[in-house]
Design a protein around this ligand. Structure first.
Ligand code: FAD
Ligand code: DHB
Length: 391
């Protein structure tokens, strides 16, 4: 089998890359080790930056997002029993979209298959070879048969546990990592959201986030210790703890409760690999970097990486010009490190570190009050949250 661009992974990054290349007449094959249903059901992120909303529209997959997604002009910060709204539209002129990663993945798979695209499910890449030269190959198993995909370029969009990053020789790659002693217990619940905009809550017991998926489905997260078994949290305990962390003084606001349909713990880490290119192998999305979820940058970064990569490949195939391919890693990493800093900053601002004391908590409250009181401080949050224009 032969193609122009061999794409490993049918997550949001791999699928969008395939779609963007198709729009430019460049052939690709997507190899995905899981089945289609698994890819379409895996619960993950939900917030899309302003510029990424436009990217998805331009890619021809914005129709259902515009119909069913929720445009949000701000978020609510809750701390010290009070509430403060950060108005993105007023501070930056931009807004964000709440539309689940699972829906983006469904839209992209449907679009690629409708256009005759090759997305091979249950096709696991087992080796990436020859990327130092002009004839790379990806070995994979499909339906129990070993096959070879020959190509010009390999795009590793295969997530944190994929094989793309492992292909970089150890003398070439450097990694930078920070892990956190807490994670997020995330739930989906069949209940109308208790708020119109997202609530990011700082509480002495830990962080909580209220998000949504539709008018009937709420998505909520609780900070929990890193090694938490979700089974140890009964539904009642989850709702009680969420209600405690979102509680407001002097308000009759209440958290609506309903049946929980999904419950999982996400570990939190910061991770970056440099460079994001080796020969004809390019890394994109979680294959190259991870951010803690506070601020919802993981999905957005993954989609922006492939936008950059698609443009570079289009210039190369169209004009034989390698300049954008050569600058891909540096350009992507500038944005990655900005997002790494923002995600770390939001995480540190809102979570309770197990080693922290009352002094640390007072500092967090002073910082949150500063954001509530000073538009310049709120603008820093709003600019980063809605997504900085392309660097
Ligand atoms: P992925 O979505 O991981 O896709 C990679 C794909 O490659 C997978 O389908 C995998 O099966 C496939 N693959 C791997 N190895 C191979 C192989 N050898 N051969 C073939 N296929 C392979 N971000 C947020 O912003 N907010 C959140 O709330 C949030 N929650 C998250 C919860 C969890 C449990 C996880 C894991 C991530 C979460 N993220 C969140 C991060 C966000 O979902 C990711 O940043 C995003 O999925 C990155 O997309 P991707 O396409 O790069 O990688
Ligand atoms: C969601 C996840 C996030 O990490 C975040 O910061 C905002 C929203 C979500 O899943 O809806």
């Amino acid at each position: 089998m032969r193609t122009n661009v061999a794409i490993i992974g049918a997550g949001p990054a791999g699928l969008l890359l395939s779609q963007l290349l198709y729009q430019q007449g460049i052939d690709s094959v997507v190899l995905e080790r899981r089945d289609r249903e698994y890819c379409e059901q895996r619960q993950r992120a939900g917030m899309i930056e302003h510029g990424v909303v436009e990217l998805l529209r331009d890619a021809g997959v914005g129709e259902r997002m515009d119909r069913e997604g929720f445009a949000h002009d701000g978020i609510e910060l809750r701390f010290d029993g009070r509430s403060h709204r950060v108005d993105f539209r007023e501070l930056t002129g931009r807004s964000v979209m709440i539309y689940a990663q699972t829906e983006i993945v469904k839209d992209l798979i449907a679009r690629r298959l409708a256009d005759g695209g090759q997305v091979l499910f249950e096709a696991e890449a087992t080796a990436v070879e020859g990327v130092e030269g002009d004839h790379p190959r990806v070995r994979f198993t499909h339906n129990g048969v070993e096959e070879v995909l020959e190509c010009d370029v390999v795009a590793a969009c295969d997530g944190f546990h994929g094989i793309g990053r492992a292909t970089l020789p150890s003398g070439v790659a450097r990694t930078f990592e920070k892990s956190y002693p807490f994670g997020w217990l995330g739930i989906l619940a069949n209940v109308a959201p208790s708020c119109e905009e997202l609530i990011y809550a700082h509480h002495a017991n830990g962080f909580a986030l209220h998000s949504l998926r539709s008018n009937e489905v709420s998505r909520l997260y609780l900070q929990v210790p890193a090694d938490t078994d979700p089974a140890a949290w009964s539904d009642e305990r989850i709702w009680d703890e969420l209600a405690t962390r979102f509680a407001l003084d002097d308000s009759d606001w209440t958290l609506k409760r309903g049946p929980i349909t999904d419950k999982a713990v996400t570990p939190m880490r910061s991770f970056v690999t440099e460079p994001m290119r080796y020969g004809q192998l390019f890394l994109a999305g979680d294959a190259a970097h991870i951010v803690p979820p506070t601020g919802a940058k993981g999905l957005n970064l993954a989609l922006r990486d492939v936008s950059l990569l698609a443009e570079a490949l289009t210039t190369w195939y169209g004009k034989g010009d390698t300049a954008l391919l050569d600058s891909y890693s540096d350009s992507a990493l500038r944005r990655v490190w900005r997002a790494e800093h923002f995600s770390y900053w939001m995480t540190s601002l809102l979570h309770v570190h197990p080693d922290s004391d009352e002094f640390d908590r007072r500092l967090q409250l002073a910082h949150l009050s500063h954001i509530a009181d000073l538009p310049a401080a709120a603008t820093h949050l709003a600019e980063n949250y809605t997504g900085l224009p392309r660097v």
